[in-house]
Ligand binder design. Structure first.
Ligand SMILES: Nc1ncnc2c1ncn2[C@@H]1O[C@H](COP(=O)(O)OP(=O)(O)OP(=O)(O)O)[C@@H](O)[C@H]1O
Ligand SMILES: [Mg+2]
Length: 237
């Protein structure tokens, strides 16, 4: 079994949990519609929505690994503002109580990037920033660049639980989650950062994080501004 097949086999069983839950709540509602009050119905629909979101995220991550083109980057000129804004929109809908602030250096040039993979990087980091912060927190996204050093930087800062330094490598490993009351209360597969790091490295970039002096964490992704057109990298899943 190749590494990729092994990965897909392992992750496929993770699909079962949310699907079983969606089916269960749908069946309960169909069978007992008249007996359920409005509040219960709303609660069940909310669970179905949350589990569907979890499935969508998981499927996006699996596809990025298993698609035939997984080892080829689709590089083109990308306007970073236009790439990031739709991701913010999706996350804002998913986390309506959070305030997501976005600042971008207006002089930022277009990057030569794989747009879909870049959006997935932003999606995973932004979702974590909300997920691992108390309800109604603020999240700050900033985008800047260094022309001299030839990279641009994306920072995602949250006001959440932070990450202890002893876990600094573990969070990037496959299926790895840090146990805490908040982590236990939110859904996750421990795949987002693993995939994100792989995608960043495919694009010859780097990812790091540091804890903020007050609370929460800032993740930073640095990507080369001018990727050579012929660059094709292998993903190391
Ligand atoms: N911004 C953050 N603040 C605090 N802890 C974080 C943050 N981002 C990630 N973590 C910790 O790192 C772990 C791994 O993150 P990762 O995104 O890989 O998985 P996940 O969010 O648990 O699941 P998935 O992304 O696959 O749905 C998380 O379970 C969480 O414990
Ligand atoms: Mg995640």
């Amino acid at each position: 079994m190749s590494k990729q097949e092994d990965f897909v086999a392992t992750v496929s069983h993770e699909l079962r949990t949310p699907l079983t839950s969606i089916r269960g709540f749908a069946q309960t509602m169909l069978a007992s519609w008249d007996k359920l009050n409005d509040e219960d119905k709303k609660k069940f629909i909310k669970i179905i929505e949350e589990q569907s979101n979890r499935l969508i995220g998981l499927v996006e991550n699996i596809l990025s690994v298993s698609s035939g083109a997984s080892d080829k980057l689709v590089l083109k000129k990308v306007n970073l503002k236009q790439a990031i804004e739709p991701v913010i929109k999706v996350i804002s809908q998913r986390y309506p109580d959070y305030s997501i602030n976005f600042q971008l250096n207006p002089k930022l040039p277009e990057g030569i990037l794989d747009n879909e993979r870049f959006q997935q990087i932003v999606m995973n980091l932004l979702e974590n920033a909300c997920k691992y912060s108390p309800n109604a927190s603020s999240v700050f996204i900033t985008c800047d660049f260094s022309d001299k050093e030839g990279y641009f930087s994306l920072k995602i800062k949250d006001e959440g639980v932070g990450i202890s330094l002893e876990n600094k490598d573990r969070i990037f490993q496959k299926f790895s989650r840090i146990d805490s009351p908040l982590t236990r209360s939110v859904q996750g597969n421990g795949l987002g950062l693993y995939i994100t790091k792989n995608l960043v490295e495919m694009m010859k970039g780097s990812i790091s994080f540091e804890n903020n002096s007050d609370k929460g964490t800032t993740f930073e992704v640095k990507l080369p501004l001018y990727n050579p057109e012929e660059q094709v990298c292998s993903a190391a899943y």
